[in-house]
Design a protein around this ligand. Structure first.
Ligand code: ZN
Length: 156
């Protein structure tokens, strides 16, 4: 089961501002006072906001990977359904961030910038196993990479 987003006052206020922004957009761009008057424009505006929020979410996930957050710790905040026994949460988190392959059956990769060695890393995901197989591009003296390797070897 995924954890619901916290419904604290700050989040509720933020979502209210987003909805107000969409209403203001519809009012100024389409001169409608009620989204029901122009549902297609309302859908497009809401989708633009959702797409931007999704891109922000994925960007934050890539930055978290760069800082050393493992895929398994990203699954829940990314909304991966953890109650489905057929779903591998770390693998699903990786697939979400990596996106679809360029061609069917092509391998997928997530790329992110390493916060330690500042290199762009090509990440093959948790099923690749050892970090030396999963993460390509670190500098030889990268502290994050050394920590990732030590954590992996301690688990296996
Ligand atoms: Zn690195």
């Amino acid at each position: 089961m995924t954890t619901d987003l916290p419904r604290d006052d700050g989040l509720v206020d933020m979502l209210s501002r987003v909805r107000r922004t969409i209403r203001d957009y519809l009012r100024t761009k389409h001169r409608v006072e009620d989204a029901n008057q122009h549902p297609i424009a309302a859908i497009l505006a809401a989708r633009a906001v959702a797409d931007a929020a999704r891109q922000d979410m994925l960007s934050h996930a890539r930055r978290a990977r760069g800082a050393g957050v493992p895929w398994r710790d990203l699954a829940e905040p990314l909304g991966v359904d953890q109650s489905d026994t057929w779903v591998d949460p770390p693998g699903e988190a990786f697939r979400l961030v990596a996106g679809p392959p360029p061609m069917p059956y092509d391998p997928i990769y997530a790329t992110w910038s390493c916060a330690s060695c500042e290199q762009v890393i090509t990440d093959s995901g948790p099923l690749a196993g050892h970090p030396t197989d999963a993460e390509k591009g670190h500098r030889d003296d990268c502290r994050r990479y050394a920590n990732e390797i030590a954590a992996y070897e301690a688990r296996t």
